[in-house]
Design a protein around this ligand. Sequence first.
Ligand code: 9WO
Length: 253
Amino acid sequence: MTGRTMRIDVVTLFPELVTLAAGFGVTGRARERGLWQLGVWNPRDFTDDAHRTVDDRPYGGGPGMVMLAEPLERALAAAREAQAAAGRAASRTLYLSPAGAPLTHAKVIDLAHDDAQGLVLVAGRYEGIDQRLIDCEVDEEVSIGDFVVSGGELPALLLIDAVVRQRPGVLNDAESALQDSFVDGRLDCPHYTRPEMWRGRAVPPVLLSGDHAAVRRWRQTQALVRSARCRPDLLHNRPLTTEERRLIENEGR
Ligand code: 9WO
């Protein structure tokens, strides 16, 4: 279901990082305009010892620390209560982890359009979180790429950015048009702005020609050639049309 405000709650030891970073640019403006709501929940606020402990040494030994299940469980419960108070019958809990399924455009669309359920993101720190919390409370693990970072916050912010951009009314017409090429399995064409000559390099003359049809053909060809060279895997997802094949074959003539 689409058409209501999206709500995203993030469980994190660094709530200020998430709130601040989500406050810039497209996601920041969309939030000011009420197109989505953000909640942040710090497991440290759900501890009951004097030191506000959120981690402990791993069973079995070894380096590093592991996030305790109990503060996470309570922070998650608070996040879900906030979702319920905002009218969500259920919420979908995602853990950002390199072990997760890769985040794709299709997955982003799926998350953006499923706003009957709220979204709860769990960001880990240290060496990770107690596996039992993942087993009992996490619906899906999501990866943003095959690399390890210091915490789940930046991956969560990246997912938030990708999802919020897909919500109705967030992008203006120009921004929406720009992202369509990628959706269509193509990279964008190269862009140029002033000056006309920079470091001895001229802007491609067709862009200065004023011939709008020629500009359109050039951009389409460039996008295709770039996709074929840089990301042939994108083209495999949607084969070339006859027109596109002709544009590539005529390139440089
Ligand atoms: C780290 C890890 C490494 C190899 C295989 C599985 C793994 N899981 C985790 C993990 O859950 N790490 C926690 C979250 C704690 C340390 C920081 N975390 C993290 C998440 N690092 N990198 C990510 C991440 C998340 C999504 N996409 C890419 C990386």
